[in-house]
Unconditional design. Structure first.
Length: 473
């Protein structure tokens, strides 16, 4: 709080309880009197005396509580205006806008999360269609056994489970075969895909998915990523919901699991952006053009999958899940998006390197390579995640209680999106007070993604180049 007093001979600015600034306009002795009066009235208050010349220092030398600054008239005026200059108002308004933006994100995220449907296990027995589950895998040594075992354990229905190894250079295929031999479950089949056609552009998991799907006949095709862990009832809930909604594609957003620090810092930021960035009511509205899909869990009616051309139609697309959703929506085949309700879980990345590579692969492509959207997203992340810290540091450095208060309020408000993700997304609010660091890392990943996607340099996934997708653009 700043209090200003004006006289024909002096101007006093008191920043309670930190500092008093005195600048006098007429006789120098009046400024000295003001300082002495303040010193007697407020014994513990530091005083800064702004003088038009150095001579005044000789007049009040020896006072241990007076901090003296000899300046010319211009610099004295500049210093004395620090607590009243219009720039202060602009900065304070900017910090306040940061809080308003965080609250706006929280509101939009709340509306999105509460509007999006959640999977629920069916209460009654249901007629079971023929269903094939396809798990594409490339260098998934840490995930392959866990994924396959969770799928088999999640249901006793007569589904067929196919692991499609896409030429892994580690021991993924050997581990899968050893697991199949140990498990002795007739539902499990291990496939090794042939080499990708050299004359065609294939990126990511698209070739493995498309090749495996062409080997299979079933009413429904379920594509599950290797980092997914299905809980009991997940497949039944998805099939039941797809039938109820009569859609050709049902996509389920998994509950995100975090392990390392990089995940706890970055994943909540990304999930908040994705959660607030889509209107899920519009996504599920056949009359709307809005489309979104989550690649970790995509359930197709096989007739719809073939009608859109399967993964071959998006073979050179990095963000193939959204492209498949757009095709289903465009061809009026029916699209439905749901959160998992805890039935589908995914730990997307297990270390900092894979997290950086994975999000760098997807982010700029997910923005459709639009620089304007990229700039807007970076600006939003700066305002939401960095400005509260700037306000806090600026408040501590300058003693401005308003900025300090705004910074503290902004940091506390950052817990709101984390709380919403915990309540409706199952992502605990661990380390929420480090959201600013997570936002800074997310900004750096956005920059990396734009560079890699635009130039093709370092644009890889698990070491495989995505240059063919770069040439497409």
């Amino acid at each position: 709080m700043t209090t200003n007093f004006f006289r024909d001979w002096a101007r006093i600015a008191i920043l309670n309880p930190s500092l008093a600034i005195v600048e006098w306009q007429l006789p120098q002795v009046e400024g000295i009197h003001v300082c002495r009066h303040l010193a007697s009235a407020m014994p513990t208050l530091p005083i800064m005396l702004l003088a038009p010349s150095d001579r005044v220092e000789q007049r009040i030398a020896g006072s241990p509580r007076a901090e003296l600054m000899g300046r010319d008239r211009h610099s004295a005026t500049m210093l004395s205006s620090l607590f009243s200059h219009p720039i202060d108002t602009v900065i304070s308004t900017l910090f306040a806008c940061s809080i308003a933006t965080i609250l706006g994100l929280g509101r939009k995220l709340y509306l999105a999360l509460t509007a999006a449907p959640q999977l629920e296990a069916p209460q009654d027995d249901m007629d079971w269609p023929s269903l094939a589950t396809i798990v594409p895998a490339y260098n998934e040594v840490d995930n392959v056994v866990g994924c396959l075992s969770h799928i088999l354990d999640s249901t006793d229905r007569p589904l067929q489970l196919y692991l499609a190894d896409d030429g892994s250079t580690d021991t993924t295929l050997q581990l899968a075969r050893a697991f199949a031999a140990q498990r002795q479950d007739d539902r499990l089949h291990i496939l090794s895909t042939p080499p990708r056609p050299e004359a065609e552009a294939w990126v990511g998991k698209n070739w493995a998915c498309d090749w495996a799907a062409r080997q299979i006949e079933a009413d429904y095709l379920l594509f599950v990523d290797c980092d997914v862990r299905l809980q009991p009832g997940a497949i039944e809930a998805a099939v039941d919901r797809a039938r109820q909604q009569e859609v050709g594609l049902l996509s389920v957003g998994p509950e995100i699991v975090c392990g390392c620090w990089a995940e706890w810092l970055v994943q909540p930021v990304m999930m908040a952006v994705l959660g607030a960035g889509f209107d899920y009511i519009a996504v599920n509205d056949p009359a709307s053009e809005e489309a979104f899909g989550a690649g970790p869990f995509m359930l197709f009616r096989q007739s719809a999958y073939r009608a859109i051309g399967g993964h071959a139609a998006v073979g050179d697309r990095v963000v193939e899940d959204v492209e498949l959703a757009k095709l289903a929506k465009r061809r009026k085949l029916g699209l439905y998006y749901s959160f998992s309700g805890g039935l589908v879980q995914s730990r997307m990345y297990r270390d900092t390197a894979s997290l950086w590579e994975g999000w760098s692969k997807n982010l700029f492509e997910g923005l459709e390579r639009k620089w304007r959207l990229w700039l807007v997203l970076i600006a939003a992340l700066v305002v939401i995640y960095l400005l509260p810290w700037v306000a806090l540091v600026a408040g501590l450095a300058t003693g401005r209680l308003l900025w300090l208060g705004l910074g503290c309020i902004g940091l506390l408000c950052q817990s709101i999106p984390r709380g919403l993700l915990w309540r409706w997304g199952g992502l605990p609010p661990n380390y929420w007070w480090l959201s600013g660091l997570g936002g800074a890392i997310a900004i750096a990943i956005l920059v990396s993604s734009a560079y890699r996607t635009s130039t093709g340099r370092g644009w890889t996934w698990r070491g495989r180049s995505l240059q063919s997708a770069s040439r497409r653009s």
